[in-house]
Design a protein around this ligand. Structure first.
Ligand SMILES: Nc1nc2c(c(=O)[nH]1)N[C@H]1C(S)=C(S)[C@@H](COP(=O)(O)OP(=O)(O)OC[C@H]3O[C@@H](n4cnc5c(N)ncnc54)[C@H](O)[C@@H]3O)O[C@H]1N2
Ligand code: MOO
Length: 575
């Protein structure tokens, strides 16, 4: 991904067409974001920023290729994981799997329904629409399963067939909502000693506490000389680093000097040892080449003057920043506290160790999410494995003092999918309830209360969970931690990547150097089905594939994975 021919980053770019229509779309998106945040009392601290191919097979083949259409084949009312029973007896289904009957998304509905009774296995189907339904476009109701009512045409609502239903937010809009929600809170500052500051974000600009260098210093081992030479010197005398000030150097004299030693006043230049000829018998030093005034002297303040800004607020404290801060006189740094994240893993079918057996499978998300979230700058507790126990989920949510709770699984409408009913019962506000992205469309973002933690509900399918992590958790955490969210950039893609008919697809890719005059590019990886991690484990990025797909030889947006660049063992995964 390096080199002038390589994929170039265009931080502000997206797929919106230019012109007034895109301007309108942007304004609408902004409005929707504002509405979402108004519900939880969030505001934008910083003012906001943002920024086909051949016919695919209909199902996943033996190589792990996934037909994007399989994940949303317009399944009809009962197969929509978002489908919620309606409290409206006249409610009729929509044929859009995302369609939720209209209701004012700004109305926070009461939670006095029988949707959640705090017991395990609370009947999902008995849930009404009383809920934390909100803005981002996915108010939730669907026909009661088995109601036998015919689906409405796309765009029609059950209450008013002429009234369009609200689709789930686009991938870009969902990310914007999450980012702005994260930026909505007050920015706290703590001072941390250097050895604990790594990975935090600077809450304030770092100003130098001293000139750097703080004194004129020798850049080389050699001789400090005064005047044009040759120079007399005193055998055995010399200046070392770490010593106090030396006496001024008289004209036509030289003194041995070590790299880093203070240069004596009146020094003209430093001559490197290898460029000097020492006449021991006459105690005279000669230069082997011409001497330029000031050579190999680092003057005081060359790198910075005291008070000068070294790095701005918002900079992530890297090892290099730690080194710079130490050099500039800091013992501790003003940083934004790491966002605290609780990870709750849901699912009775999950094993913590050993081989899958008897229908049980290994928990793939618990081991993955902690390190990934830490990589995003969070302080992570857990994972806590709660099984499919609505009561346990409820008490974990109410007792958390984290900034963000991440749950895995249980986001859909299966019999033991407790996330929505528990959020409803607790009166949480849904900022995002489903996103037009594959995999991961049932992902959600909620706020437990106006001052309470956020909750990101990741779908249980492992790659869908990764999608939710990068779509909602990453921008939210970046906002809370005071760092910029990752901007996708564009890269050439060497293969056709099928798109979903109307949703964004996130596809694992790996960066490849251009060979034989070819350009650097990304190659999509197979084993990219929602339940698979094999592709993402070999990837260094995710291609953001717009509806309709991308053709080979064109550019696609890329989100880097934290461990980019590529791992060497990618080969088996190429499409
Ligand atoms: N009728 C429909 N059913 C489903 C649809 C749909 O459109 N209609 N969408 C599917 C999609 S897509 C997803 S994603 C899931 C989301 O469901 P949940 O978030 O409720 O996830 P679960 O049902 O709990 O689990 C789904 C799947 O993932 C496995 N899983 C869960 N947790 C883990 C873990 N920690 N490690 C490894 N694997 C995990 C779980 O066993 C299931 O196989 O809904 C679909 N259903
Ligand atoms: O495709 Mo599902 O959306 O997340 O696995």
């Amino acid at each position: 991904m390096t080199g002038s021919d390589g994929p170039h980053r265009e931080p502000g770019s997206d797929f919106r067409p230019a012109g007034p229509a895109s301007e309108r779309a942007r304004e609408e998106e902004e409005r929707a974001v504002e509405q979402a945040l108004a519900l939880v009392g969030g505001s934008d601290r910083t003012g906001g920023s943002g920024r086909s191919g051949g016919r695919p097979s209909r199902s996943q083949d033996s190589q792990g290729h996934q037909d994007p259409r399989d994940e949303n084949p317009n399944p009809g009312p009962s197969s929509d994981p978002h489908a919620r029973p309606s409290s409206d007896p006249h409610a009729r289904p929509s044929s859009d799997p995302h369609a939720r009957p209209s209701s004012d998304p700004h109305v926070r509905r009461s939670s006095d329904s029988a949707s959640y009774d705090g017991r395990d296995n609370a009947p999902r189907d008995g849930r009404t629409a009383a809920s934390a339904t909100t803005t981002a476009g996915t108010p939730a109701t669907a026909p009661a399963p088995g109601s036998g009512q015919p689906p409405l045409p796309d765009g029609a609502s059950p209450d008013d067939p002429a009234k369009p239903t609200t689709p789930p937010p686009s991938w870009n809009r969902a990310r914007a909502i999450a980012a702005r929600a994260g930026r909505g809170g007050p920015a706290a500052t703590i001072r941390l000693p250097l050895d604990r500051a790594l990975g935090h974000v600077l809450a304030e600009a770092l100003g130098a506490l001293t000139d750097l260098p703080s004194f004129d210093t020798s850049a080389m081992d050699g001789w400090a000389v005064a005047g044009p030479g040759p120079w007399a010197f005193e055998a055995g005398a010399g200046l070392l680093a770490g010593r106090g000030p030396a006496a001024a150097l008289p004209d036509d004299t030289a003194v041995r000097i070590a790299t880093g030693a203070r240069v004596p006043p009146d020094t003209t230049a430093v001559i490197r040892s290898e460029h000097a000829h020492v006449d021991e018998t006459r105690a005279l030093l000669h230069a082997r080449r011409s001497v330029v005034t000031g050579q190999d002297i680092r003057p005081r303040g060359q790198e910075c003057r005291s008070g000068e800004q070294l790095v701005p607020a918002g900079t992530v404290v890297t090892p290099a920043v730690l080194g710079l801060a130490a050099a500039a006189g800091y013992d501790a740094l003003p940083v934004v506290p790491r966002p605290r994240v609780d990870v709750l893993v849901l699912g009775d079918e999950l094993l913590n160790a050993g081989l899958p057996h008897d229908g049980l499978i290994r928990d793939a998300l618990g081991p993955m999410l902690g390190p990934w979230l830490r990589g995003l700058g969070a302080e992570v507790s857990g994972p806590r494995r709660l099984g499919d126990d609505a009561g346990a989920l409820r008490s974990a949510l109410t007792s958390s003092d984290a900034d963000l709770i991440v749950t895995t699984g249980g986001t859909a409408a299966g019999p033991v999918d407790h996330v929505h009913p528990v959020l409803e019962a607790l009166g949480a506000e849904l900022l995002v309830d489903g996103v037009a992205v594959r995999p991961g469309h049932p992902m959600l973002l909620a706020r437990m209360s106006p001052d309470g933690p956020y909750l990101v509900g990741l779908p249980g399918n492992p790659l869908a969970a990764v999608s939710g992590l990068l779509t909602l958790a990453e921008p939210l955490l970046a906002g809370i931690a005071g760092r910029p969210a990752q901007d996708p950039y564009r890269a050439l893609v060497h293969a056709e990547v099928h798109g979903h008919p109307h949703d964004t697809r996130l596809v694992p890719v790996v960066h490849r150097p251009g060979r034989a005059g070819g350009r650097d590019h990304v190659a999509p990886l197979r084993y990219n089905g929602p339940a698979m991690l094999r592709g993402i484990a070999a990837a260094d990025g995710l291609a953001v594939v717009p509806p309709g797909g991308v053709r080979s030889g064109t550019e696609v947006e890329i989100l880097d994975l934290p461990w980019a660049p590529a791992t060497p063992w990618t080969e088996g995964c190429f499409t």
